[in-house]
Design a protein around this ligand. Structure first.
Ligand code: RP5
Length: 159
């Protein structure tokens, strides 16, 4: 059963959002990835958000660039946690995306991550940690991941 939905405003967002998919795959979390645009396919966006909970989706990672309304509008139509990823934009380097996603009015939260690949990766890791609350095996995988990461940094040398 699909546990995490990854959605994005355009297929041009995929090089960034692919990071989220790769991390979820690494942890064995079942996910789907779809293009759902707030501006270009608003009816699909509403349908996706409205049916997410009944389909068993536990978290939605939503990435968009520019006037990035997708995460906020999806959050407005579902109580499934929405994790927003600002995708770098052509002219404002994603600062527009970040500000569009992060400044939600009180009452409809979107957990907002860093601009770009790091944000997509961390959104996936955050989704894993949400799922790990109810899944001890997944919690162990997350602890192993952190330990390996720590070992990698401890082994770093400088010229
Ligand atoms: C947004 O517009 C998308 O999320 C994308 O980041 C941006 C540009 O889309 P394309 O013109 O590349 O389709 O809706």
């Amino acid at each position: 059963m699909i546990q995490v939905g990854i959605i994005m405003g355009s297929n041009s967002d995929w090089p960034v959002m692919q990071q989220a998919a790769e991390f979820l795959a690494q942890f064995g979390v079942a996910y789907e990835a779809r293009v759902v645009s707030a501006h270009r396919t608003p009816d699909l966006m509403f349908e996706y958000a409205e049916t997410a909970r009944e389909r068993g989706i536990k978290a939605i990672i939503a990435g968009a660039g520019g006037a990035a309304h997708l995460p906020g509008m999806v959050a407005a139509k579902t109580t499934v946690p929405v994790l927003g990823v600002p995708v770098p934009s052509k002219y404002l380097r994603g600062e527009d995306s970040l500000l569009s996603i992060v400044q939600m009015p009180k009452g409809v939260p979107v957990a907002t991550f860093a601009i770009g690949e790091a944000g997509a990766a961390n959104a996936a890791l955050f989704a894993v940690s949400l799922l790990a609350n109810e899944d001890p095996a997944l919690a162990q995988k997350l602890a192993d991941f952190r330990r390996k990461q720590e070992e990698t940094v401890l082994a770093m040398t400088l010229p």
